[in-house]
Design a protein around this ligand. Structure first.
Ligand code: ADP
Ligand code: MG
Length: 610
């Protein structure tokens, strides 16, 4: 007797329901995307009971009586008909699975009226038992009401989290969809209470509204046909988790580590450990270069060339950061600005008092040094590096003198800033003491040199014009076998760094050349880091990030240190080199390169002015 049998369709439906609507939030996503696919410009969502009750109303095309009769059938879709269509998708749905899955595990009623018709129709499915379409009233468009979700699948019900946790998921999904569709108005209700009202607007405004964070700055870039548009926050207004980096590909919210890494990489030298930016990233790739059909909930995509997407996002984000647009904003900060809540979602309150006294926001500002007393400025040193010693003794009365305008020091975009400084001398064998037009400026010689070296290495890598030294006898470096394997696998990228390598044993690589900028003795350490990073972050998307890390590490190991005496010429030359690169005000590890003490502050401390 045969043991193998085909499963009855209700079992099949329940199994795939688990994949498509793993959680109530996924169901909400499918239903709202159906509304958007139907051309809706207004969508209202109401949810409760941890998402076991959901009602979605739209003003889209609506469904005819015939379509209503078919919409619950598995693989019933109006969106594709042949396999080739899968590669030219412009709609969100296409598998015809969502309504079939939802109808198998809930009591769902759909009321719909085709635009322009007088009469609407209703169909219902009670856990897979589908009723005949009945005439009904209702507006043009569609309303889907889901109740008792998962009631016939107790195991699944048991896996749901608390109502609050499920509601949070639902809100997050709705936020993502809203950011991708600023042209659609959304009304979101929970327990009858209006939670969000997002009227149609432009995309930047929508992101600011949804993330409850403003201002965001816009940038864009294109790499090999892949377009990235980014809306990013200032590096001095950060949050504590990476959850506020939102990635979208072809208008779909996706979880994509590589795009996230690209954003973090762009901010790399501007953030302290544990700080994350707020960002919404929109990537559009040619239709045939990205597969959106690799995941049941379509929350992941696969690029034909992931590193191009990575680069596009990196460039778009850096294009914003290099302009440092927040500096202008801060210059006008004597007119108090509303401060974004630390975690988007927190209640928003903005008063001058909060802005001036709430501890980190002003202090952490890294592209400018505010006018608070030098004594309060201690350089954060995540790597246990040098701490800037207090120079002046006067205690400030308040953390920040509230009557004074914030003073921004010249940003990296002001070309020629560092070379314009007059060198007074060297202090503590660590700081170059200089004078600018209105302030005393101390430059950390190690941090400054590290930044210059890092930017040089990066530039050489990007342009493929690394100056190299050849070793007469190849320099061998011993590593773990998997490190060696990973490095050899990325030989081409590594060679663009000016490092020509061969494998000379299972645990050994031989270096024939290395960048002449680098000291020989730092190479082994650098190859070790490179190997480790490549092993850990396998996948080519990581290479640019790895190269950045490597450049930072190599730069750090091969530059002048604190404690080294410098001649005046050396100091002047270092300052001149600082001007060659953007973003020069932080070392690659995120410590400030310089601190500034405005003369008017000094004069105050001496009691010359009040
Ligand atoms: P898919 O979206 O993958 O096509 P679904 O199961 O989500 O599959 O929906 C099946 C079909 O029902 C859709 O192709 C569409 O024709 C129709 N439909 C679903 N929701 C709506 C809606 N809100 N407005 C108009 N038509 C809809
Ligand atoms: Mg759908």
């Amino acid at each position: 007797m045969s043991k193998i049998k085909t499963l009855p369709s209700e079992v099949v439906d329940q199994i795939s329901a688990g994949e498509v609507v793993e959680r109530p939030a996924h169901m909400v996503k499918e239903l709202v995307e159906n509304a958007i696919d139907a051309g809706a410009t207004e969508v209202e969502v109401e949810f409760d009971q941890g998402g076991r009750f959901v009602q979605i109303t739209d003003n889209g095309s609506g469904m005819s009586k015939e379509d209503l009769a078919k919409c619950f059938l598995r693989h019933a879709t109006s969106k594709i008909s042949v396999a080739d269509d899968l590669w030219a998708l412009t709609s969100f749905g296409f598998r015809g699975e969502a309504l079939a899955s939802i109808s198998a595990v809930s009591d769902v009623k759909i009321t719909s009226r085709v635009q322009g018709l007088k009469e609407g129709w209703t169909v219902q499915s009670q856990f897979g038992k589908i009723s005949q379409a009945q005439p009904s009233g209702g507006n043009e468009g569609t309303r889907v009401v889901v109740q008792k979700l998962f009631e016939n699948t107790p195991a699944r019900l048991k896996f749901l989290k608390s109502d609050t946790a499920e509601h949070t998921q639902i809100k997050n999904i709705l936020k993502a969809i809203a950011m991708a569709h600023p042209e659609v108005s959304f009304r979101i209700r929970n327990k009858g209470k209006l939670l969000f009202l997002w009227a149609s607007c432009d995309q930047k405004q929508r992101c600011e509204q949804v993330l409850e964070y403003a201002p965001l700055y816009e940038g864009s870039a294109e790499v090999a046909g892949i377009k990235a548009k980014v809306f990013v926050g200032a590096p001095n207004k950060t949050v504590k988790t990476a959850r506020n980096i939102w990635n979208f590909v072809q208008g779909r919210f996706v979880q994509d580590r590589s795009l996230q890494a690209a954003v973090m990489d762009a901010y790399r030298s501007l953030l302290m450990h544990g700080e994350y930016p707020v960002a919404a990233i929109f990537v559009e790739a040619p239709l045939d270069e990205v597969d959106v059909n690799i995941h049941p909930t379509k929350s992941q995509v696969k690029f034909e060339n992931a590193s191009n997407a990575f680069r596009a996002v990196l460039r778009a984000t850096r294009s914003v950061l290099e302009m440092a647009p927040w500096i202008e904003q801060m210059k006008q900060a004597n007119t108090p600005q509303p401060r974004a809540p630390k975690e988007p979602g927190e209640a928003r309150e903005s008063t001058q008092v909060e802005m001036l006294y709430s501890e980190p926001v002003v202090y952490k500002t890294k592209s400018f040094i505010s006018s608070h007393s030098a004594t309060t400025y201690v350089s954060p040193s995540p790597n246990g590096g040098i701490q800037v010693e207090p120079v002046f003794k006067a205690e400030p009365k308040t953390p920040l003198d509230s009557g004074e305008p914030l003073r921004s020091s010249p940003s990296a975009v002001e070309k020629g800033f560092f070379s314009s400084l007059h060198v007074i001398g060297q202090a503590h064998l660590t700081y170059i003491v200089t004078q600018g037009s209105s302030s005393l400026i101390l430059v950390d010689q190690h941090a400054a040199h590290e930044r210059v070296m890092y930017e040089k290495l990066m530039q050489h890598w990007e342009t493929g014009q690394m100056d190299v030294q050849q070793f007469l006898i190849p320099l061998t470096v011993d590593l773990d076998a998997d490190q060696v394997e990973a490095i050899i696998e990325h030989k081409d990228d590594v060679e663009r760094l000016g490092i020509e390598i061969d494998q000379s044993g299972p645990n050994t690589i031989a270096l024939r050349t290395a960048p002449s900028l680098l000291k020989e003795k730092s190479l082994a350490a650098a190859m070790d880091v490179l190997g480790r990073e490549l092993v850990e972050k396998s996948g080519s998307f990581a290479i640019e990030k790895v190269i950045r890390d490597i450049c930072a590490t190599m730069a750090c190991h091969s530059v002048i240190r604190a404690g080294q005496a410098l001649s005046r010429d050396e100091m002047v030359s270092l300052l001149e080199q600082m001007d060659e690169f953007p973003l020069s005000s932080f070392c690659p590890h995120g410590r400030p390169v310089y601190v500034e003490y405005p003369f008017h502050k000094i004069e105050k401390d001496f009691g010359r002015i009040v």
